[in-house]
Design a protein around this ligand. Structure first.
Ligand code: PMP
Length: 451
């Protein structure tokens, strides 16, 4: 139920925000954040009473939607019983969350190291890999995002790395497969896959295999454009890692917990990494939580030797109680199966149908509730609708597209020349169709910038 609009309260919230909140990744004076009054399920609303269907799931984390009553109630129960407790104790919510996660992670990833979010999960995965192997370097993909803390930003490929890259991080970037904008002059998925694996093998040979601790990859790269890897690529990386004694880290912070229509995207490919990071969907972001699922072998390295790292709030009981309730809701309500079904039957086909009618859509790609439209100026040349890392006037076509979507009650996810279609995994078919109709209308605005 949307409460009565209250623009005065909205104006006060906004004024305090503008005066005192320092926003991430933003030029403070150039942003205009919406004052949000409430949220429920797949929608949120502002103080003027405008409702938005959230095709962004926040930052791709509300996999079960906003304010799920069972999770809200579990948080309230945990708060009444034990709001907090230090990490060095066995606490029911924490041990139960770890058990439920370990039951669902692939292979023998059965020990869970809890963090407060995704970036610190990546930090610890890389530390574990370096300590386990005794090697200094990490290899990661150019088209990637792994988080905003120092080492996570170092392994990130997108332009957010540039400002804080010291150049001495022990990180080497490589090209992962992406046929639509192939770096390998490939024309088929098979060629792209084979050449990307050969390129990775060559990179390792020239870096010196005995210096490489880990390869870290998003199972399905998210922020960089939702690029589902070709069949065989991740299995190929697994084989390369095995041959060289390199730790294989899969980052499932965005792709995990139902987003791709599997509990983990690794399940789409039948691949088991040595370390797997998660956050976001683990409890739909209701309370900050992330972690690393650790293989038996790497956990064994720290069986009789201390692991040198930790966090005050590791496995916070409130966050873990929210995770237990979220995972149970997902299992009881068939959320993962729903995301797979709706993706294959409705979202994928309807996005492809939109692409046929809109010249601005260069490519549609994705799986489950995890899709991207790659918007272009020209379908033949595939020139992006806005240049790489564009800001200000240069990004105007994407801003016009986003404004058109919002005017129709749809909150889109926009990144560079792409719009990602990443609604809650619990979205209903009727809501999804309503959002797609608004997207259809907004794309006619993007079309005006094509040539
Ligand atoms: N890894 C991936 C794949 C992500 O998508 C993100 C966040 N978008 C992160 C790591 C960082 O997570 P957080 O913002 O919770 O630190």
């Amino acid at each position: 139920m949307t409460p009565q609009p209250n623009p005065e309260v909205g104006a006060a919230v906004k004024a305090a925000d503008r005066a005192h909140v320092f926003h991430s990744w933003s030029a403070q004076d150039l942003i205009d954040p919406l004052a949000v009054a409430g949220a429920e399920g797949s929608h949120f609303w502002d103080y003027d009473g405008r409702r938005y269907l959230d095709f962004s799931s926040g930052l791709v984390f509300t996999n079960i939607g906003y304010q799920h009553p069972k999770v809200v109630e579990a948080i309230q129960r945990q708060a009444a019983h034990m709001t907090t407790f230090a990490p060095a104790f066995a606490v029911e919510a924490r041990s139960e969350a770890a058990r439920l996660i370990a039951e669902r992670t692939p292979g023998d990833l059965d020990k869970i190291f809890f963090t407060n979010g995704g970036a610190d999960a990546v930090e610890h995965a890389l530390r574990m890999a370096r300590l386990h192997t005794g090697r200094p370097k990490v290899l990661s993909a150019y088209r990637s995002y792994h988080g905003g803390t120092q080492q996570a930003v170092n392994v990130t490929g997108d332009p957010r790395r540039w400002a804080s890259d010291s150049g001495t991080a022990g990180v080497v970037h490589f090209w992962a497969p992406f046929l639509y904008r192939s770096r390998f002059y490939a024309e088929t998925e098979e060629q792209e896959c084979a050449r990307a694996l050969e390129h990775l093998e060559t990179t390792i040979a020239f870096e010196g295999p005995a210096t490489v601790a880990a390869i870290v990859l998003e199972t399905v790269p998210g922020t960089a454009g939702i690029m589902v890897p070709p069949p065989g690529y991740l299995a190929g990386v697994r084989e390369i890692c095995d041959r060289h004694g390199i730790v294989f880290v899969l980052d499932e912070v965005m792709a995990g917990f139902g987003r791709t229509g599997e509990w983990f995207a690794a399940d789409l490919f039948g691949v088991v990494p040595d370390l797997m990071t998660f956050a976001k969907g683990v409890n739909s972001g209701y309370v900050p939580l992330g972690g690393v699922a650790v293989s038996e072998e790497i956990a064994g390295t720290f069986a009789r030797r201390p692991y040198p790292g930790g966090l005050t709030y590791s496995g916070h009981p409130l966050a873990c109680a929210a995770a237990v309730a979220t995972i149970n809701v997902m299992a009881e309500e068939g959320v993962v199966e729903h995301a797979a079904d709706l993706g294959a039957r409705v979202l994928g086909p309807e996005l492809r149908e939109l692409a046929e009618r809109h010249p601005s859509v260069g490519e549609v790609r994705g799986v489950g509730m995890f899709w991207a439209l790659d918007l272009v100026k020209n379908r033949r040349t595939r020139e992006p609708l806005v240049p790489y890392n564009a800001t200000g006037d240069a990004s105007a076509p994407m801003a016009a597209f986003a404004a058109a979507a919002k005017a129709r009650g749809l909150w889109p996810f926009v990144n560079m020349n792409r719009t990602h279609v990443v609604p809650p995994c619990t979205i209903t078919e009727a809501e999804l169709k309503e959002g797609l109709a608004a997207l259809d209308a907004a794309l006619t605005v993007a079309d005006q910038y094509t040539e």
